[in-house]
Design a protein around this ligand. Structure first.
Ligand code: MN
Length: 290
């Protein structure tokens, strides 16, 4: 049985964007050039030691119809929401939020000597789950311990399986079957991991230099690397090593109607969302016992 290594289809240089109340970040998915990468809707990379770039944060704002996954590399993000959740996402932590029918939240990077660094990824929900109750998975760094993989890579499995099923991330059972692995490649290390055929797959390199695919395409952080189809993703470290998030998921092939923080399937559903906000029906009041 021969497995094919996924080729690099495209390398995207993230664009500078100012978002929230004035946060300077780099966006690679969710731009005019790359509207989405089904089922991924947005990818933002925030990284700065200058508080003026980040401390304005993202004051209270709504979401509907998506999941937001926030990985903090450095620093701290304070979080609060309309359901009464309060907390801090620190270095190594991941917050996986399913907005479902609606949530209002604030995400505020805290001024710290080390600054802030991290990623936020938006994952689409299938039509049948867009109006589901909001839900959180708080993945603390202690639950995401690093494992030594073959080839010298150090990996943290966030979602799905890795290493021929030997490892499993804490996030399972989602409709799009995400596979998310945080990969650190010391100098000289290599990495390979199977990804289901037909699933959308990308790597986001946020540190160092990493070579991908059968052509060993060299990429320098920050870079979004989009893979063509195949059975596995291969990577090797550049001279000083590197770090990337490998993300794969099953495409939904559903219509996308998008308006800022709301992503539905039709224009009418967006209009309904705005009407719900105006009339105070955005946050659903029904019991949330599951
Ligand atoms: Mn948000």
């Amino acid at each position: 049985m021969s497995q094919s290594s996924r080729p690099v289809a495209q390398v995207v240089t993230p664009e500078p964007v100012v978002e929230g109340a004035g946060v300077h970040l780099r966006r690679s998915i969710g731009t005019r050039k790359l509207d989405h990468l089904d089922p991924f809707l947005l990818l933002d990379h925030f990284e700065s030691v200058n508080p003026a770039d980040y401390e304005a944060g993202f004051p209270y704002h709504p979401h509907r119809g998506i999941e937001t996954v926030t990985l903090v590399r450095k620093g701290e993000v304070r979080h609060g929401d309309s359901l009464g959740h309060r907390g801090t996402i620190g270095a190594g932590d991941i917050q996986w939020m399913t907005s479902g029918s609606g949530i209002l939240h604030e995400e505020m990077p805290q001024r710290r000597p080390e600054g802030i660094a991290g990623l936020q990824l938006w994952l689409n929900l299938p039509a049948r789950e867009k109006m589901s109750p909001p839900k959180y998975r708080d993945l603390e760094a202690s639950r995401l311990t690093e494992t030594a993989a073959e080839g010298g890579a150090r990996i943290r499995v966030i979602a799905g399986e890795a290493g021929d099923g030997r490892l499993a991330g804490p996030v399972e059972g989602l409709a799009v079957a995400p596979k998310f692995i945080d990969v650190t490649l010391p100098s000289g290390a290599t990495f390979r991991e199977t990804v289901p055929r037909g699933h959308t797959a990308f790597a986001y390199v946020d540190q160092g230099e990493v070579r991908f695919g059968p052509q060993q395409t060299s990429t320098h952080a920050p870079a979004l690397v989009i893979f063509g189809d195949g059975d596995l993703v291969e990577a090797s470290a550049g001279s000083s090593g590197g770090r990337f998030l490998l993300a794969a998921a099953r495409p939904l092939h559903e219509p996308i109607a998008r308006y800022g923080p709301f992503v539905m399937n039709t224009r009418a559903e967006i209009e309904q969302t705005l009407a719900d906000l105006r009339t105070g029906n955005f946050i659903r009041k029904e019991p949330r016992d599951e």
